[in-house]
Design a protein around this ligand. Sequence first.
Ligand code: HEC
Length: 199
Amino acid sequence: MLNKLTYILVLVIIVTMGCGDSSSDGRELTRHPGYEYMPNMYRSPSYETYSANPLFNDNSTARLPVKGTIPRGYVPFEYENTLDDYIKSGEELINPLENNLKNIEEGEALYVMFCAHCHGKNGDGNGSIQHPLYGAVPSYTDDLLVRRSGTTMKGLSDGHMYHAITYGFNAMGPHASQINSDERWKIIMYVNELQKENN
Ligand code: HEC
């Protein structure tokens, strides 16, 4: 009985206190925050990511990088993803790295990570991926004259391969974001070794 009464009393107090918008003298009580000594601590002037904000003169959203800026470690590739530029890179590019055992071994490690599941450990085109789309992975040493370079797989130059790794080709995706420039050249060095072995 007492318990019930206490409940009701508390409820009445909460309801009457909580709902009042103003006190007897008409001053807003519940909506008045009281004195704020450091308002910025209560109301931090933050803006949602990409929302318009008054911090920049043009009232724009996110800032664009300064024109001509390139990400750290990124080496620009001046050839575009076109057949013309593929042919050109095939003629003009040469591997800038020294052909030594260390580079070839690093190329092998990268090849196993990024290429072998499609192209096969020894480059014969029989990787572990079983999918009709990838049934046509060419062997690095096939001598069919069907390449867009106008050559066989054996006849691809280092520059052709660099372009193909960078932009991909048909069912082969681009690898520019996964493999940096030096790594691409090391892989090519290793592919050259595979081509020698299988010849
Ligand atoms: C998802 C499977 C896949 C992966 C991963 C892959 N390739 Fe390929 N690659 C292919 C297929 C399929 C083709 C044939 C494309 C065509 O002729 O239509 C090809 C073609 C090529 C060619 C010939 C391109 C040309 O210009 O004719 C080269 C060179 C090559 N790959 C190298 C590599 C190297 C090096 C890697 C690793 C960095 C790699 N590929 C990763 C599937 C793959």
